[in-house]
Design a protein around this ligand. Structure first.
Ligand SMILES: *Cc1c(COP(=O)(O)O)cnc(C)c1O
Length: 396
């Protein structure tokens, strides 16, 4: 079957939850993807900030193949070596004390919310804790994670869990005004991704941390998109000198193998006792082996150094592009997590870039989101700018 026939086939059997681009991706190599017809695309989407190491990394692939031949799954009623190593790697990378491995970012958020409620329950023997979440946030699509997602369009048809209060991101007074004696946690992304590539302001995050300490409230930082080196440090919050009580990770954590994690400091993590939380697949040896391969490669391929170097170059290139086009209003973001804010919907620009061989995503309707693999080099940035420039020109 050709690409068109595969797309027709998929449209008949997949639930209609995505507006997909008319491209059937087939294979990847480094920072390039190829479709079924062999057309090449420079990838500035990384499968939504997932594929940090580039495609076809030999060491990563070999580690997975070795684990597949050894043991893929055990259940969590037994110990397994890769999971122990993965949790140690996450403890070392986050400064947290204990980790629970999940299958996705959404489940990491879900677990973090449950842990916060359990801490509150242990303290007050009541299950009526409130959580403050941010407007324009994105935390996932399950009923709990969706309930703290600050985009009404995603949330409203589905009801959601009670006890969620929204406040404006980067508005300390608004957050402070939403606190009640029932508030058990504040959840936010250190850098908002889907909601517009907006970093927390340093003063805001520091004051929220201090407020949480003062009131005995847990701070949950969702680093699913901005963590794992994307901003130049392992966690974005390191750059703020702020440590959360619970942190969530996913996306680049397994670089494509579905895995997420939530990690907490001991005094918070100890609220969970056997029976409180679980997952059949969570942290299975294959997913854990992917996590360990990723951490190993972050070291051996000097990923953080590359992110810092590439992101300062990317920043200056985007500034130049913004000078050239009055339809670009703003250039936002941190590290290799950038957004170009246009004065119009960007759907057409993204489609035109795709035709010209560049994959990007939108964030909201008017932002072009650039979240490339963390191994990109200057020449790839030059190539991206050249294609994007041409594609914008075509859409004016
Ligand atoms: C992608 C994302 C999630 C959800 O992760 P999934 O793996 O899609 O379930 C949660 N929070 C943030 C910040 C994200 O970017």
């Amino acid at each position: 079957m050709n690409a068109k026939q595969w797309m027709e086939e998929a449209d008949q059997v997949l639930m209609h939850t995505y507006g997909r681009y008319p491209v059937v991706l087939d294979r990847g190599e480094g920072v390039y993807l190829y479709d079924l017809d062999g057309k090449r695309y420079l990838d500035f989407g990384a499968g939504i900030a997932v594929f940090a190491l580039g495609y076809g990394n030999r060491a990563y692939n070999e580690a997975l193949k070795r684990q597949i031949d050894r043991l893929v799954h055990t259940s969590n009623y037994f110990y397994n070596v890769p999971a122990a190593e993965a949790c140690r790697n996450i403890v070392n990378a986050t400064g947290m004390d204990r980790v629970f491995l999940t299958n996705s970012g959404t489940e990491a958020v879900e677990g973090a919310l449950k842990l916060a409620h359990k801490v509150y329950y242990n303290r007050y023997k009541r299950a009526d804790g409130e959580i403050i979440a941010m407007n324009h946030s994105f935390h996932g699509r399950s009923m709990g994670a969706l309930s703290v997602t600050g985009t009404p369009k995603y949330r409203e048809p589905f009801g959601g869990i009670p006890g969620i209060v929204f406040a404006d991101y980067n508005n300390y007074n608004d957050v402070a005004s939403k606190i009640t004696e029932r508030t058990c946690a504040i959840i936010m992304e250190t850098v908002q991704g889907e909601g517009g590539l907006r970093p927390a302001e340093p003063e805001f995050l520091k004051r929220v941390r201090a407020l949480c300490d003062e009131k005995g409230i847990l701070l949950i930082l969702d680093e699913i998109q901005c963590g794992m080196g994307r901003t130049g440090t392992m966690l974005a919050c390191e750059q703020y000198g702020v440590k959360p009580d619970i942190v969530t990770l996913a996306k680049a954590l397994g670089c494509g193998v579905p895995v997420g994690a939530f990690a907490a400091r001991e005094e918070t993590a100890s609220a969970f006792v056997p029976g409180d939380h679980g997952s059949t697949y969570g942290g299975n040896p294959l997913a854990a082996a992917a996590v360990n391969a990723v951490f190993g490669l972050f070291e051996s391929e000097h990923i953080l150094e590359n992110v810092r170097e590439a992101s300062s170059y990317l920043g200056s290139c985007l500034e130049k592009l913004m000078q050239k086009y009055s339809c670009i209003r703003e250039c936002r973001g941190l590290g290799l997590m950038r957004g170009l804010v246009f004065d119009r919907p960007v759907k057409e620009i993204i489609s035109s870039a795709m035709q010209n061989g560049l994959i990007t995503f939108s964030a909201g309707t008017d932002i072009v989101r650039l979240v490339p693999p963390l191994v990109i080099r200057r020449e790839h940035i030059d190539e991206m700018i050249e294609i994007l420039d041409r594609s914008i020109e075509e859409c004016l």
